[in-house]
Design a protein around this ligand. Structure first.
Ligand code: ARG
Length: 469
C-alpha cells in the first residue's frame, strides 16, 4: 500500500478497504494526461516564482523519464499504489528527491483528476470524430455509385415507394453528420481547464490559471472552483453523443442483417466480416452487425449509470465520482471499435443491385404514382386512391403487378387509363420524377451529394482552426 495521505492516521487501511477504494487498475489509462498536466502545472509554478528553475527542470525531467519508461514497458504501473496520481508522484520523489515533493504545491487530486479526465475525453472526442469522418467518406462513395440503384423504400417494414440505394444510405449520412456536429459542440463546451481549483476552494498560491490552461490547449480556465472539481457534464454529454452514434449504427446494422438474410439477399457481407456455425456448414452469419447492435445497450448503460451516479452528489467532490471512469473508458472503446468495424464491413459489402431492383418492382411500390397518374387526368385524389386500391386487390387476385395488367384490364377498373400509364408508373419514372430537394430522384441526389462532398472537404479544411484551436 502506497498512499499520499498517511499523516493523520494511526492505523493501516484494511486491505479490503484499500482494494475497494483504489483506482489504479483503471485510472492508469490516463497516465500520459496525468504527466502532461503535471508538467504544465510546474512550468506555471516556476513562472509564478513558486518553484525555482532548477526544481522545475528536475521535475519535468523526472516526469518525462517516467512517461518514457512506462511507454517502453521498462516501468510497470503496479497495484501497490492507490491511484495513478500516487504512482507518478511516488516515482518522481524516488528519482529526484525533495524537488519531487513540491510537485503537488497548489493542487489537489480533485482538480488533478478533473483535468486528467478532461484531457483524456477531449482527445477521445477527436478520435471518435475522425472515425465518423472515415465512415461518412465510405457512405459518400456508396451514394455516388448508386444514384440509379433502385430499391424498395419501406414504412412499417412494408414496401412503400421505390427509392435508390444512394438515397437510403444518404439518410445515414445525415445521421452521422449530426453526430459529428454534436461532438464538435461538446468539445467547445468542455474545453476549459479545471486545474487550480484545488480541493474545492482554489488556493492561496498566486497561480496563473490562464497560463496553465493555455499550455494545455484549453480555451481558458473554468470559473468556479467548486464546479470545476465536481463537473462531469462533459462526460454525460459525450456518452449521450456516443449513445446516439450507437443507436444510428444499430439501426443500420439491423437493416444490414435484414438485407443479408436469405429472404432479402440485397447485400452480401464479405467473408472477412462474417462468421460460420460450428454445426451448420451452410451458415454465414452477420455477427459483426449483430454485435454492434448488441453493444449499443452497453453504451446506453454507461450513460444511465453516470447520470444516476451524479444525481445525488452534493457539492463539491465526492468519491462517487471515481465511478465515472471505467464505464466511460468502456463506452468510448466500444463506440470507437464499433465505428471502425462497421466502416470496414460496409466498405467490403456487396450490393445485389438486380435483386434490389426486382424487389422494388414487386409489392405495388408504384401504387401512389398510379393514383397520381389518374389525378393528372382529372380524377380527384381521394377517388383515385380508391380506384387504385381496387386495382391492387384485382392484381393480388391475378398475381400480377400493376404494370403487368393489360390496358383492357386496367380500363375495366377505370376508363381514364391510357397506354401512357405504363411509362408513368415504371420504376424509373417513379424514382426519377421525385426531384424535390432531399428526394431520391437522381438529379436531386446529385445536388445533395455535392453538398455532402463540400461538407466533408470544407469541414476538414477548417478543422484545425475551429476544433484544435
Ligand atoms: N481516484 C479519484 C477519482 O477518480 C481521484 C481523486 C481523489 N480525491 C480524493 N479526495 N480522494 O475520483
Amino acid at each position: 500500500m502506497a498512499q499520499l495521505w498517511g499523516g493523520r492516521f494511526t492505523k493501516d487501511t484494511d486491505q479490503l478497504v484499500y482494494n475497494f477504494n483504489a483506482s489504479i487498475s483503471f485510472d492508469q489509462k490516463f497516465f500520459k494526461q496525468d504527466i502532461e498536466g503535471s508538467i504544465a502545472h510546474v512550468i506555471m509554478l516556476q513562472k509564478q516564482g513558486i518553484l525555482t528553475g532548477e526544481e522545475k527542470d528536475a521535475i519535468v525531467k523526472g516526469l518525462t523519464q517516467i512517461r518514457e519508461e512506462v511507454e517502453s514497458g521498462s516501468l510497470q504501473i503496479t497495484s501497490e499504489y492507490e491511484d495513478i496520481h500516487s504512482f507518478v508522484e511516488a516515482n518522481l520523489i524516488d528519482r529526484i528527491g525533495d524537488a519531487g515533493k513540491k510537485l503537488h504545491t497548489g493542487r489537489s487530486r480533485n482538480d488533478q483528476v478533473a483535468l486528467d479526465m478532461r484531457l483524456y475525453t477531449r482527445l477521445e472526442v477527436l478520435q471518435t470524430d475522425w472515425l465518423l469522418r472515415e465512415l461518412l467518406t465510405e457512405l459518400l462513395k456508396i451514394m455516388e455509385d448508386n444514384i440509379h440503384t433502385y430499391m424498395p423504400g419501406f414504412t412499417h417494414l412494408q414496401k412503400a415507394q421505390p427509392v435508390t440505394l444512394a438515397h437510403h444510405v444518404g439518410a445515414y449520412f445525415e445521421m452521422f453528420k449530426r453526430d459529428r456536429l454534436r461532438l464538435k459542440d461538446i468539445y467547445k463546451r468542455m474545453n476549459y481547464c479545471p486545474l487550480g481549483a484545488g480541493a474545492l476552494a482554489g488556493t492561496t498560491y498566486p497561480l496563473d490559471r490562464a497560463y496553465t490552461a493555455s499550455l494545455l490547449g484549453f480555451e481558458g480556465p473554468t470559473l468556479n472552483s467548486m464546479d470545476s472539481v465536481s463537473d462531469r457534464d462533459y462526460i454525460i454529454e459525450f456518452l449521450s453523443a456516443a449513445a446516439t452514434i450507437m443507436m444510428h449504427l444499430s439501426r443500420f446494422c439491423e437493416e444490414i442483417i435484414i438485407w443479408n438474410s436469405n429472404e432479402y439477399r440485397f447485400v452480401e457481407i464479405d467473408d472477412a466480416y462474417s462468421t460460420g456455425s460450428s454445426i451448420m456448414p451452410q451458415k454465414k452469419n452477420p455477427d459483426i452487425a449483430e454485435l454492434v447492435r448488441g453493444k449499443t445497450g452497453r453504451v446506453y448503460g454507461a450513460l444511465i449509470s453516470i447520470l444516476t451516479t451524479m444525481k445525488g452528489i452534493p457539492l463539491a467532490y465526492n468519491k462517487d465520482m471515481q465511478e465515472d471512469k471505467e464505464l466511460t473508458f468502456d463506452a468510448i472503446d466500444t463506440v470507437k471499435g464499433c465505428l471502425a468495424l462497421f466502416t470496414g464491413m460496409v466498405k467490403t459489402m456487396q450490393f445485389r443491385k438486380d435483386i434490389m431492383a426486382q424487389s422494388a418492382m414487386r409489392g405495388f411500390t408504384n401504387a401512389t404514382d398510379a393514383a397520381d397518374y389518374l389525378v393528372k387526368k382529372g380524377v380527384p385524389f381521394r377517388d383515385a386512391h380508391s380506384i387504385i386500391g381496387k386495382l391492387v386487390l384485382t392484381c393480388i387476385d391475378k398475381n400480377k403487378s400493376i404494370d403487368e395488367m393489360s390496358i383492357e384490364e386496367l380500363k375495366e377498373i377505370c376508363d381514364v387509363f391510357e397506354p401512357d400509364v405504363y411509362d408513368a408508373i415504371s420504376l424509373e419514372t417513379c424514382v426519377n420524377k421525385r426531384l424535390t430537394l432531399g428526394a431520391p430522384g437522381p438529379e436531386a441526389m446529385k445536388d445533395v451529394i455535392r453538398i455532402c462532398k463540400d461538407y466533408l472537404e470544407d469541414e476538414w479544411q477548417n478543422k484545425d482552426e475551429e476544433y484544435l484551436q
